[in-house]
Design a protein around this ligand. Structure first.
Ligand code: AMP
Ligand code: GLY
Length: 417
């Protein structure tokens, strides 16, 4: 089978590795891919959606897997164009991907289908927003894709006012309204679901660590580490999440005429009033994918291919027992800025038992990897217990270094104490 994955980061590296590990020989392609991904997949030079679709058609691609989200909602939409071209696509159509692209669309969907979520209001002008800032803490969200940076959990009035100004006056994220949400409390869990029309399968749960610093200090990032294990949620909790959140979402998509085939990611907070949805993402999480996908056994490629064609077959894959832990190494200045061009050393000392996924690297003219973006590398290890998996992941990532490296020391420790 010829399979193309869109994206270039650690998640796409992990998806391609899982496809490569599937039985049978598959020819893999990535657009745009990365220097590291090149060892698994041929890079496709397309720079826009029409040229990518044309390339897939002329190269007889059998399956397109959406890694990252942006092409799902760009132009006419990746999945929409794939359908027209007769190419099965694992990733939702543009109209359904609004669940991620517009937080206000998602909140209205949640409200309409009585799915538990924080109370909210919408402000379109600076004055409306300022009038709505009546309680603290409060959560403010830009209504659009902002690479994980469009959310502010504000404990101070000055912080809230500054964010409101950024969104509605300075327009730092571009045009878009502001979502004002009640602040919830509790541990978070990421639930990944393969959705295929009216059928679904809940995959292994995960937790990511969004703040840059230890003890959850500092600004939010795309994710500094992740933990995956069936043991993250009791069977009772998973059943509750399925009945109160997953099932009504899948039914709601059908009711609203929003066809969906692809991974659907539920960001959930386990509040004292039960699980509540923080957000939907129309793709796998990053760095959760790097932790979850090494746990997949069976035939991942056939699983995704069949589901993209409308037949979800849960028996094609299963998940290893135990724990998988992913540690991110980030570059100097991240998340406010990021520095590229720092030489990475120690990659050759990572034990074979661990996996290394490249999030933001490139090869320099001498063929050595250097940093190329905010999140640089994901190092992942598995073991039967959380403690052993954490020790293995930290031992594996220890030799890797580069100037300005930032790495949390409490992944898989914090929130389990
Ligand atoms: P989101 O991109 O909407 O998931 O928000 C990013 C992060 O902000 C979440 O993972 C939470 O840590 C936090 N957050 C979002 N919404 C809320 C809320 N209503 N209450 C408390 N924290 C939130
Ligand atoms: N790990 C958070 C995300 O993928 O959005």
């Amino acid at each position: 089978m010829k399979i193309l994955v869109t994206g270039k980061g650690g998640r796409e590296h992990a998806i391609l590795s899982a496809l490569k590990a599937s039985p049978g020989h598959h020819e893999l392609f990535a657009c745009p891919g990365s220097d590291a991904i090149e060892s698994l997949a041929t890079r496709v030079p397309a720079t826009d959606l029409p040229s990518l679709i044309a390339w897939m058609q002329s190269n007889a691609i059998d399956l397109c897997v959406a890694g990252e989200e942006s092409w799902l909602v760009q132009g006419d939409g990746l999945a929409n164009l794939c359908t027209t071209a007769g190419i099965p696509c694992w990733g939702p159509r543009k109209e359904s991907a609004q669940l991620e692209a517009s937080k206000i669309f998602a909140k209205k969907f949640l409200q309409r289908h009585a799915i538990p979520t924080a109370g909210f209001s919408v402000a379109t002008t600076l004055e409306e927003a300022q009038a709505a800032l009546t309680t603290l803490p409060i959560v403010l969200k830009f209504d659009g894709l902002a690479a994980g940076k469009g959310v502010a959990v504000c404990t101070e009035q000055s912080e809230a006012e500054a964010f409101v100004t950024d969104v509605l006056d300075k327009r730092v994220f571009g045009p878009g309204d502001l979502l004002i949400e009640q602040c919830l409390t509790g541990p978070e869990i990421s639930i990944f679901v393969s959705v295929c029309d009216d059928t679904y399968q809940i995959l292994m749960p995960a937790r990511d660590y969004k703040r840059i610093g230890d003890a959850d200090q500092g600004p939010n990032t795309g994710g500094m580490g992740a933990v995956a294990s069936r043991q993250l949620a009791t069977p009772e909790l998973l059943t509750q999440i399925e009945h109160e959140i997953v099932q009504p979402t899948v039914t709601g998509l059908i009711t609203d005429g929003l066809p969906y085939r692809g991974f659907l990611y539920f960001g959930i907070m386990l509040t004292p009033n039960g699980p509540q949805v923080l957000e939907y993402n129309c793709r796998f999480g990053d760095p959760e994918a790097e932790a979850v996908l090494p746990m997949v056994q069976g035939d991942f490629a056939s699983y995704v291919f069949a589901a993209a064609k409308g037949e979800l077959n849960p028996d094609l894959i299963h998940f290893k027992e135990g724990w998988s832990i992913c540690l991110i190494s980030a570059s100097a200045g991240y998340p406010a800025t990021s520095r590229s061009g720092d030489l990475i050393t120690g990659l050759d000392q990572v034990p074979q038992t661990a996996q290394v996924f490249h999030c933001g690297t490139r090869k320099n003219p001498n063929g050595h990897y250097e940093t190329n973006g905010g999140r640089v590398l994901a190092v992942v290890a598995q073991a039967p217990t959380r403690e052993a998996a954490r020790d293995a992941a930290y031992a594996a990532t220890h030799p890797i270094t580069f100037p300005g490296l930032q790495r949390r020391t409490d992944i898989a420790t914090l929130h389990f104490d």
